[in-house]
Every structure is written in structure tokens, then in C-alpha cells.
Write a protein that binds this ligand. Structure first.
Ligand code: ZN
Length: 389
């Protein structure tokens, strides 16, 4: 079986004769006398496209045989036209070539190996078995892009054994048999079976996105060429939207967010003071009593409700105090406190009657009731609570 993608990775359309077609678990398994469909392997995802008018779902290679998984069967002996999804394949070629360049430059500078490579639908990740600083990675990015813009030719061939033995290339140990060498002059020499662009210029651009510590080394995320360009546009669009929302120039959005956060914090403090005043007014209006009291407030957070309960208890204006805020749909948050009764027991009973949940300590519980306000009023007055308005 002839692998046309080794003759040229630029073959987008070809003719092949169907050697066999069998129904399998993942679709109809078709083998041709020759193919330009690249099978999944070496970190590069499978090609997809159309073969004899039928959709090609996946392509895999086993013991040198490339199998195409199709939606419908083809007739054995028939010559069919294969069309590769070129948009996707070219992105894979840009990414795979970019990966070689980056791995080669990192290997040259730090001696680290590429120990994991994944070309995902969102980004490419490469794992290296050693630590790198972000500044150093930026230097690698700069060098990689200089080689890209220098538009060097990328060579791929199967050298003779003698020549191969003398060659120092990455991934040397793992391979036996015919070894395909991919060479970027001044960038990388590596054994690889994937598809690459003909000249570095076609990679367009290499851009690192992030780097995290991973298994004693690092995992680097990057984008190349068309995907880098699409990402640039996505980020520009987001930046533009944020810029309009903040009424700030795109270069000044971080400073504008910082300013907004400081302002927000100042308002939070002010709001806290306002609620504190409301609570004090409420407490001052009450007479001292040994009653069980409950109050339903509008738009109080658990923090403010707790403030209310604590202040009423401190001023000895109630024996047991329950403060609530909310509505039936999202629930009424409640805080309940007492210096005498066991709040956990009472909470449990009220939760049962008012479709509630929550708990806490003997002195104080917190939770939510999912019931109508009228029902809450009824249940609480049955339990001897007096409502404060
Ligand atoms: Zn490769």
C-alpha cells in the first residue's frame, strides 16, 4: 500500500482502488491500494474527508496498513476519488512543524526531551522533562519565529542505515526499521512520521499561551499559524468589548479594572455601614423582652441577618431570634440564634415544616426555607414567635 502523504503532504485529492471493505464497530473499514489520508499517529490527529462520495470518519494505521472508517460501504475493485479535509490537515501541518521547531530549540538550549505531545482542537500541548522560566520560553518563541520568517526549507526523507547511525536526532531510541527524518536547518532534526509544511514560513507564527509545572517538568500550550490568527481575533474581540464596557482604551483595561475593584471595595464598606445603621434602628425600636421574635427583611445577606440576630440577643430584646430574607423561589435565607434554646433541634423541626435545609451550633443555625411567606408566618406563630415589622 502506497502512502501518498510521504510523497507529498500537499496531495489533497487522489484516486485509489478499494482492496477490501468490511463492516466493523466504528463504521465500514476500507483499505485502498494507495492513500493520501494521514492516519492518527505521532501526536497528529486523523485526517477526515470524503472517499468515493462517502464521509471518512477516522483513519488508523496498524502494522503498516492504513484503514479508513467510512459511514457507508464501497465496492471492492472500484476506483474511487479521495478528498481530504484540507483546512484541518493544513492546520495540523502548521502545528506539527511548529512543534518540531519548538522542541528542537528547547532540546538544543536545555537538553530537555519532548515527553508528551497533543494536538487538540483548541490548542497544542507539549510536555518537557525539565523546568523552564517564562522569560526563557519567550526567548525560544522569538527564535522560533525568526526561523519561521527566514522561510527555511523543511526536509523529510528516509536516510540509509549508515547515514542514520551517524545522525544525531531526537526520538532516536524508540524506533526500528525505516526511520523518516524531518530536518529544519538550524532548528531541529527529529524522527517523525507526520505531515509537515515544506517551508518554515508556512507555519506563519508560533505563540505560547501558557506553561504549567507538570510531572517534574513543564506542559506548554501553544498555537501556530491559522489557529494563532483565529485566537488573536477572538482575543481582540473580547478586548474590544471589555474596553467599551469600561470606557477605557484597550491598553488601559487592566488599570481600569483595578480602579473598579477598589471602588467596589469602598462601596462594600459603605454598604456594610448602611446595613449596620438599619440594624441599629431596628434594635433600638424594640422593647426588652423574653419573647421569641422573627423578622423578614428585604435584600439582607446572611452576614447582615447574623448582625441583626446578634444585636437583638446582646441587647436582651428577645430570647430566641430568627431573621430571614429572600423569596420562595431562591429560598429564604435564615439565621436563628438563642442564649437558651437548642437551635439545632428547632432548626430541624422548622426545616421539616418549611421545606428547609441547614444547621449549625447549639447557639446559632443558618439555612434556607423554600416556602411562601404566609406559610412561614403561620408556622412561626404556631411555635410562639412574634413578628417584628
Ligand atoms: Zn513531525
Amino acid at each position: 500500500m502506497k502512502k501518498l502523504y510521504y510523497d507529498s503532504p500537499y496531495i489533497r485529492e487522489f484516486q485509489g482502488t478499494v482492496v477490501s471493505c468490511e463492516k466493523g464497530k466504528k463504521g465500514f473499514e476500507v483499505i485502498l491500494d494507495q492513500t493520501a489520508f494521514y492516519p492518527e499517529g505521532g501526536g497528529q490527529p486523523t485526517d477526515t474527508g470524503v472517499l468515493g462520495g462517502v464521509k471518512v470518519l477516522e483513519v488508523h494505521e496498524k502494522q503498516g496498513i492504513v484503514t479508513h472508517y467510512l459511514e457507508a460501504p464501497l465496492t471492492v475493485g472500484e476506483t474511487v476519488t479521495g478528498v481530504i479535509d484540507w483546512e484541518k490537515r493544513f492546520i495540523h501541518m502548521q502545528e506539527h512543524s511548529g512543534e518540531h521547531l519548538v522542541s528542537g530549540l528547547i532540546h538544543e538550549r536545555f537538553g530537555y526531551d519532548n515527553v508528551g505531545f497533543h494536538m487538540g482542537s483548541e490548542e497544542v500541548t507539549i510536555d518537557f522533562n525539565g523546568l523552564i522560566e517564562w522569560d526563557e520560553l519567550m526567548e525560544i518563541e522569538k527564535k522560533a519565529n525568526e526561523i519561521i520568517w527566514d522561510n527555511r526549507e523543511i526536509y523529510a526523507d528516509f536516510p540509509e542505515k549508515e547515514e542514520l547511525d551517524a545522525l544525531d536526532y531526537r526520538s532516536k531510541k524508540e524506533l526500528t526499521g525505516d526511520v523518516r527524518i524531518v530536518k529544519i536547518p538550524g532548528g531541529d532534526i527529529c524522527a517523525c512520521c507526520g505531515t509537515h509544511v515544506k517551508r518554515t514560513g508556512e507555519i506563519g507564527l508560533v505563540k505560547f499561551l501558557s506553561m504549567i509545572h507538570y510531572k517534574g517538568g513543564v506542559r506548554i500550550s501553544l498555537l501556530c499559524g491559522k489557529r494563532a490568527m483565529a485566537d488573536y481575533e477572538k482575543k481582540r474581540e473580547a478586548e474590544q468589548k471589555i474596553s467599551v464596557l469600561l470606557s477605557a482604551k484597550p491598553t488601559e483595561i487592566a488599570a481600569a479594572v483595578e480602579k473598579m475593584k477598589a471602588e467596589n471595595s469602598r462601596l462594600q464598606d459603605k454598604l456594610y455601614e448602611c446595613y449596620k445603621g438599619m440594624v441599629e434602628n431596628r434594635v433600638n425600636a424594640l422593647e426588652c423582652s423574653e419573647d421569641s421574635l422573627f423578622v423578614i427583611e428585604k435584600d439582607f445577606s446572611a452576614l447582615h441577618l447574623r448582625m441583626m440576630v446578634n444585636r437583638i440577643l446582646e441587647e436582651k430584646k428577645g430570647k430566641t431570634v430568627l431573621a430571614l430574607s429572600g423569596n420562595k423561589e431562591s429560598g429564604f435565607i435564615y439565621i436563628m440564634g438563642s442564649q437558651e434554646e437548642d437551635m439545632r433541634v428547632l432548626s430541624k423541626e422548622l426545616n421539616q415544616k418549611l421545606s428547609g435545609r441547614g444547621g449549625g451550633s447549639v447557639q446559632m443555625t443558618q439555612g434556607s426555607f423554600f416556602a411562601e411567606e404566609a406559610q412561614i408566618d403561620e408556622v412561626l406563630s404556631e411555635k410562639g414567635f412574634r413578628k417584628i415589622n
